[in-house]
Design a protein around this ligand. Structure first.
Ligand SMILES: [Zn+2]
Length: 261
């Protein structure tokens, strides 16, 4: 059994899995996945499992210690790890989801490629998340409101808008100006790849495509399209691939790449 945190991970992993060797099971949370790994490690009679968990900001925060059997993603989550390896993955989905001439016109207006825009904007939201954790602010940032964010015109105003959302979410405990400053400091010290988060990438892309009349595709639809187009060559480069190339005890590969039916 390969325990993953979410059904988003299943979307990415399952197309490459050899189901005669292993299946995925979502744990719906990192703590539950880690608890399962701890249980198995102390119960030798239970069948072997491995746990794919989100790396989150653990490496930056110095909290990247896990029980055996847990394999963290190399970046915040598996989608980000794939996007770092294949930077135009989500741009290709946008070109499939909409009319390509509209996407190209949008990129002309943005002044950068859709991939670069997504990476930079996602890193800004991620910088608020990391700043909140590093400074112990504990701002609730789940279900981040992406609606309208894509139409904020410049990187500076986007940072201020994200900070304003953070301030609002904190119940005005922290000011927009202070959070903007915190975000900018994080952006100056951390690589943008390490700040990206799969939910932010998808949420921002959906808002960008909708607000420009290019596509009404949902977050889920974009994820499925992206996941199904990940080549075996790219997937073979993610950390979990080599970690599980020899399945626990059996010595058999858990992957069916590249000979999928
Ligand atoms: Zn494959």
């Amino acid at each position: 059994m390969l325990i993953v945190e979410s059904d988003e991970d299943q979307c990415i992993v399952d197309p490459h899995l050899d189901f005669t060797v292993a299946r995925t099971l979502p744990s719906h949370g990192k703590l539950a996945a880690i608890a399962a790994a701890q249980l198995i490690s102390t119960s030798p009679n239970l069948p072997p499992i491995a746990c794919l968990i989100d790396g989150d900001f653990d490496a930056i925060l110095g909290t990247d210690t896990y029980p055996s059997g847990c394999y963290p993603t190399n970046y915040y989550d598996l989608l980000v790890e794939v996007v770092v390896l294949a930077p135009n993955l989500l741009r290709r989905v946008a070109l499939s989801a909409g009319i390509s001439s509209q996407v190209l016109e949008l990129e002309r207006q943005l002044g950068v490629s859709l991939s670069d825009w997504l990476g930079a904007r996602s890193a800004t939201v991620g910088a608020l998340r990391l700043h909140s954790q590093q400074a112990g602010l504990a701002i609730p940032l789940r279900n981040f409101p992406y609606n309208g964010l894509a139409s904020v015109p410049t990187a500076q105003r986007f940072t201020d808008k994200v900070a304003a959302i953070g301030s609002l979410r904190s119940g005005s405990l922290y000011s927009t100006a202070d959070l903007s400053q915190g975000i900018r400091q994080v952006l100056q010290t951390q690589a943008s790849d390490s700040l990206m988060n799969g939910h932010d990438l998808l949420g921002l892309l959906v808002d960008l495509l909708r607000s420009n009349g290019i596509s009404s595709a949902t977050t889920r639809g974009i994820l499925i399209a992206a996941a199904s187009s990940i080549s075996c060559g790219i997937f073979a480069q993610v950390g979990i691939y080599s970690n599980l190339a020899t399945w626990i005890q059996s010595g058999t590969s858990v992957w069916s790449c590249p000979n999928h039916v």
